[in-house]
Ligand binder design. Structure first.
Ligand SMILES: Cc1cc2nc3c(=O)[nH]c(=O)nc-3n(C[C@H](O)[C@H](O)[C@H](O)COP(=O)(O)O)c2cc1C
Length: 170
């Protein structure tokens, strides 16, 4: 199995490279993956856009997708994972979620506006708290307004465990 990823602002690429290094697996961007044989077994990773994992449809058409991971800006939770699984069903492949980051300066204005519309009420509520914001809430507000990264190696644990379970059947 190899890792194939799609990334617009770099967070998914960081996770894919970290995972590849840790699990000693080859890593290809979706473009580079053109050189792979059709039907190659892949673990696909892509950024979330309006709940959809970008690139997963292309990956499913070309490869044998054994596992999928969506990378988004919201904190990981069971609810996020459930919603993700419903909207991005790949037969026989488990789905994972990783919190990446938000890089408003690296996306075009239309996309920035789309995200800002979704996070508007949250930003407004946090701003209205003023000096009553907890340090955690301040961090969240800075993240939504200016961007930031939550990429962390530890988040890869569930994926690494699953990958290690796959090995005996290789
Ligand atoms: C137009 C647009 C829509 C997005 N929709 C979602 C979303 O539905 N859920 C989410 O958690 N993050 C969403 N994001 C945030 C990205 O998924 C997040 O920044 C991700 O880490 C980007 O990964 P990348 O750097 O590999 O491109 C959206 C971003 C953009 C620009």
């Amino acid at each position: 199995m190899v890792i194939v990823y799609r990334s617009n602002t770099g967070f998914t690429k960081q996770y894919a490279e970290m995972l590849g290094k840790a699990e000693k697996m080859k890593v290809y961007s979706l473009t580079q993956a053109g050189e792979l044989d059709q039907g190659t077994e892949v673990f696909f990773m892509g950024p979330l856009m309006a709940g959809h994992i970008t690139g997963v449809d292309q990956a499913v058409k070309r490869f044998q997708v054994k596992g999928v991971c969506g990378v988004g800006m919201s904190p990981a939770s069971q609810q996020v994972l459930d919603t993700l699984s419903k909207a991005n069903y790949v037969p026989g492949a488990p789905i994972f979620y990783l919190q990446g980051g938000w890089a408003p300066k690296k996306v075009g204005w239309i996309k920035r506006r789309m995200v800002n519309m979704v996070t508007r009420s949250m930003r407004q509520a946090l701003r209205e708290k003023g000096s009553r914001r907890t340090p955690q809430e301040q961090k969240q507000l800075d993240f939504l307004e200016k961007g930031g990264s939550f990429v962390a190696f530890e988040h890869l644990s569930p994926i690494r465990t699953w990958m290690q379970e796959q090995q005996p059947q290789k």
